[in-house]
Write a protein of this length. Structure first.
Length: 309
């Protein structure tokens, strides 16, 4: 069985960043991506908060640039799905297709998936009024009416953020009280343009080219209400794509990978970066930084040395 230095699993912006730095370091590695290079970028309409990029870069356009980066560096992703990961003493064994491969280390960049509402109109209007990130897309709703769905910290943080951009924010939650921290709930009281829609769920998202309204149901009375809204921000959580690694490294209760600031996991030859990792800010720019850090940490651990800037 062939042995290489590093396996990178995932070719979103974190994984591609790691691959670029590994290439510079001269480490022998494989990068696995069974779908398309770019990850969540493929579902982002526009990117407007990434330093160094022009405003309004399309998510798919940036994903294509990442793929071009790999191509120019002669890095060819393995498009097979990684089916199993076995961690042995100082080795990581990956099973994919009909073969196994051995590595001295592994960088996990498998990302996470947004939890969805699974309602009519959500998929159809994704990127056309339906968003899963207010920081990413809130700018496009300046002066408009929007809704946030959820009741945790993320939902209230998104509502508060949007209240400074949008004309009005509907905060829709299926319960009568929030799970969020008390200080966040207190901030809601000082926002005149946030309307709480409690004990309610969104039944359908409606529009033509873009979202323009929602059907909302009160779960206690079954009463239906139509809310005019140009955007729906879904903030009901994300699910890390880390099932392959359970038992091999430490995860938190939600399944996110625990690392130190060098991106090292509980196994000193496995690193993690991007949305699969427990982190305070889930943004493209932080994922790219973490990918670079993971690669440098892998280089120092497996080969010894320092990558110059």
């Amino acid at each position: 069985m062939e042995n290489k230095k590093v396996a990178v699993i995932g070719a979103g912006i974190a994984g591609v960043s790691a691959a670029i730095y590994l290439k510079r370091a001269g480490l022998d590695f494989d990068i696995f991506e069974s779908r398309a290079v770019g990850g969540q970028l493929l579902f982002v309409e526009q990117v407007d908060n990434y330093a160094g990029l022009a405003q309004g870069v399309m998510g798919r356009e940036l994903a294509a640039t990442l793929a071009k980066n790999l191509d120019e560096l002669e890095i060819k992703p393995i498009t097979e799905e990684v089916e199993a990961v076995t961690v042995e003493k100082q080795k990581v064994i990956l099973k994919y297709g009909k073969q196994n491969a051995s590595y001295d280390g592994m960088i996990i960049a498998t990302g996470a998936a947004f939890k969805t509402l699974d309602i009519k109109g959500e998929t159809e209007f994704s990127g056309r009024g339906v968003s899963y990130c207010a920081i990413c897309d809130g700018f496009f709703f300046r002066g408009k009416d929007v809704a946030v769905v959820g009741g945790g910290n993320s939902a209230i943080e998104e509502a508060l953020y949007l209240s400074n951009i949008a004309r009005k924010v509907y905060l829709i939650h299926r319960r009568n009280n929030f799970r969020a921290m008390e200080y966040l709930q207190n901030e809601l009281k000082h926002k005149a343009n946030i309307e709480l829609v409690l004990d309610s769920v969104v039944e359908e998202i409606i529009g033509t080219d873009f979202v323009n309204q929602m059907k909302v149901k009160n779960i206690k009375t079954s009463a239906l209400r139509t809310i005019e809204s140009n955007g729906v921000f879904v903030a009901v959580g994300i699910v890390p794509t880390t099932g392959l690694f359970k038992g091999a490294i430490d995860l938190d209760d939600a399944g996110f990978i625990l690392t130190n600031e060098e991106m090292t996991t509980s196994c000193d030859y496995i690193w993690a970066c991007g949305d699969c990792r427990k982190r305070p800010l889930r943004q493209l720019i932080t994922a790219a930084s973490e990918g670079a850090t993971a690669a440098i940490s892998a280089y120092r651990r497996l080969k010894g040395g320092y990558i110059s800037s």
